[in-house]
Ligand binder design. Structure first.
Ligand SMILES: Cc1ncc(C[n+]2csc(CCOP(=O)(O)OP(=O)(O)O)c2C)c(N)n1
Length: 648
């Protein structure tokens, strides 16, 4: 990690903790603080990478929140958390902010263990309202009636069912809860759905806004005359809102007091409004209009999706610096998915594509562009994505429902209840399966093999390369293939340059021997098999002959192949980019025991602990299933048994 020093500006350099912000600066100085904070984020992220546009969009909101609320006594729950860089910098982590998302550095998301100011760990979206409400109810029950609780949630995250579950409950709990709606019209890709249109409606209704401003003004004046006067004004305000804007009751009908929309980049105004809201008891929502990438011209002018997490860039020119190797590179698995689904859909009119808010991340955007009527971005709504796919499958369509492995955790019941029990032919493509890298534990796709393979009727598979991904996708959409079909693949590139090979059906539940060997068998599932292959090739030079099997299916397992393997080898290693507990290796051991074999088996994979962030390569090494670790394990296994006189 470089020791590069990042210099904070005149105002920011005086702030180690929010108390400094509150003690040293007047409201009128907040714009200067915000400017410094923005510059600091731009400086560090341009050189170190990370999420970008979202944090720039909430600079003013962050400053106002820490200025008005007595953090950390007052509680702040950020939603998703990729926008909390300013919060980290203002809360004691400025000097280590350059280690953000790096191996052993600070996390890219709020995390309880990292700071007392991070009141709730995040990474997945739409948890903030429920979490803040839980804290608020707990405070109330402890008699801490002065403690405030704030949830900051984006318009994208607001589309999830969980957010509405939180709102629905919060509306009947009289707690000190403020929901700040950070509305920038963007998820990672443009936000979608009717709620987005509703929010735009409120924002653009001029009559409503004019009257609302006047009422707000009056409210401010009347509040000086006590709560009764304020209540009267509030009632009048609600009545006006309801009359002027037919739909204005969405939040109010859930018993929230709705305020806004206000300019989320006017830090002084925001601080004043928040100060007012702090004094109003009960659930409140403050609707703030912001812009992703605010204050950095190239990001404001360019695509917010591109500037979501642009990587390293030249902050003076806005040029994104891509280190492109000279040699041609294999494609990313997600792109193989994106191109292949279009290719298949051109031949099979039953195919449709579904993504919950990840068109770019999953590359379903390729299909959305080519076949807009057959590809659906349903918003951040994994549960809905699965059940919606189930409905389409019932009607005879072949949905490819593409969900990141870790986000699929949200929709587990839907997979069982709506798809597996009913034996519906939904094809689940689980992207980012395995260790996901710098996003860390919230995003590692660690558990899907274990949580999918226990469900009856599911086929669970993983390709070792691009060609296998294509062929699994091809096999899954054939009419003769019945029932739900899971295909998991990792973040990043595959291994084949010429990947657009003709489609071939893969017999369900069959593996393949990738390399012959006599001393030991290495059984693998998915892309990580390439590490095993590299290991076997290295071992060959050391006079150790390791066979490598790409099992392709976790369920059903290739039993014929396993009988052959356990009949032949006393030493077996399983390798998977997934949790060891209950995963692929466990499935192999279950087979072994059930069939009376007694080989020595070592399972390599993600250990039974939370693995933090770092590059995928660093994490494979840490978890000891990179090629070198596999070599070491093979040597340990074969040499120890040889010396113990039980040679294979
Ligand atoms: C459950 C879940 N699904 C998908 C994602 C991926 N994701 C991360 S940020 C994001 C967009 C969030 O949009 P919004 O809430 O509006 O926040 P903004 O980026 O605008 O700050 C998405 C879809 C996630 N983090 N969690």
């Amino acid at each position: 990690m470089s020791d590069q020093v990042f210099q904070a500006g005149k105002f920011l350099s005086q702030i180690e903790h929010p108390k400094d912000l509150r003690d040293k600066f007047s409201v009128d100085q907040l714009p200067d603080v915000a400017d410094d904070l923005r510059d600091f984020i731009i400086d560090v992220v341009s050189k170190k990478g990370g999420h970008f546009g979202a944090s720039l969009g909430v600079v003013e909101m962050t400053v106002a929140l820490h200025y008005v609320f007595n953090t950390p006594y007052d509680r702040i729950a950020w939603d998703v958390g990729h926008q909390a860089y300013g919060h980290k910098i203002l809360t004691g982590r400025r000097s280590v902010f350059h280690t953000n998302r790096k191996y052993k550095g600070i996390s890219g998301f709020p995390k309880i263990k990292e700071s007392e100011y991070d009141n709730f760990g995040v990474g997945h979206s739409s948890t903030s309202i429920s979490a803040a409400l839980g804290m608020a109810v707990a405070s109330r029950s402890k008699g801490e009636l002065d403690r405030q609780h704030v949830a900051i949630i984006g318009d994208g995250a607001m589309t999830a069912g969980l957010a509405f579950e939180g709102l629905n409950h919060a509306g009947v709990e009289n707690t000190n809860l403020l929901v700040v709606l950070n509305d920038n019209c963007m998820s990672i890709d443009p936000n979608v759905g009717a709620l987005k249109e509703y929010l735009t409606d409120i924002t653009t209704s001029h009559t409503y806004n004019k009257v609302k401003d006047e009422v707000w003004h009056l409210l401010g004046k009347m509040s000086r005359f006590g709560t009764e006067a304020r209540d009267i004004v509030a009632k009048v305000e609600n009545g006006i809102k309801a009359a002027l804007l037919q739909d204005s009751n969405l939040f109010e009908s859930l018993n929230f007091r709705y305020f806004g929309p206000i300019d989320g980049h006017d830090v002084v105004h925001m601080a004043k409004v928040m100060e007012d809201l702090r004094k109003i008891p009960g659930p409140k929502i403050l609707h703030c209009i912001t812009k992703k990438g605010k204050g950095y011209a190239p990001a404001e002018a360019g695509s917010p999706t591109k500037w979501h997490a642009p990587g390293i860039f030249n902050k003076d020119t806005g040029e994104i610096i891509k280190v492109t190797p000279n040699d041609p590179q294999p494609p990313k698995y997600q792109d193989v998915f994106g191109h292949t689904i279009v290719e298949l859909a051109e031949k099979n009119e039953k195919i449709v594509g579904v993504t919950p808010a990840m068109p770019s991340g999953s590359s379903l955007n390729i299909m959305m562009k080519a076949m807009p009527d057959r590809a659906f971005d349903v918003g951040i709504a994994e549960q809905h994505a699965v059940t919606f796919s189930a409905g389409m499958a019932y009607q005879g369509l072949k949905p490819f429902c593409n969900i990141y492995s870790s986000f699929m955790q949200r929709a587990y019941d839907q997979v069982i209840h709506d798809v597996a029990i009913q034996e519906l032919s939904v094809i689940f493509c689980l992207d980012r399966a395995g260790l996901a890298g710098a996003d860390g534990p919230t995003h590692h796709g660690a558990y899907d093999i274990a949580y999918m393979r226990c469900i009856p009727n599911l086929i669970v598979s993983a390709p070792m390369n691009e060609e296998e991904l294509r062929n699994l996708m091809y096999t899954a959409q054939l009419d003769e293939t019945k029932g739900p079909f899971v295909i998991r693949y990792p973040r990043g590139q595959g291994v084949m340059l010429d990947w657009k090979t003709p489609f071939k059906k893969i017999a369900i539940g069959t593996g393949r021997k990738v390399k012959a060997g006599s001393d030991i068998a290495i059984l693998t599932i998915g892309h990580i098999g390439n590490e095993a292959l590299t290991a076997a090739e290295l071992l060959e030079k050391n006079d150790c002959s390791a066979a490598v099997y790409d099992m392709r299916f976790v369920k059903p397992l290739d039993e014929l192949m396993l009988h052959e393997i356990f009949g032949k080898y006393d030493h077996v290693i399983t390798v998977e980019d997934g949790c060891i507990q209950g995963g692929f290796g466990s499935a192999v051991i279950e087979f072994m025991v059930d069939n009376g074999y007694t080989s020595k088996v070592v399972r390599l994979g993600i250990p039974d602990r939370i693995v933090e962030h770092g590059s995928q390569e660093q994490l494979y090494v840490e978890c000891e299933y990179d090629a070198d670790s596999i070599v070491r394990e093979v040597i340990k296994m074969t040499s120890s048994t040889k010396s113990a006189g039980i040679a294979s």
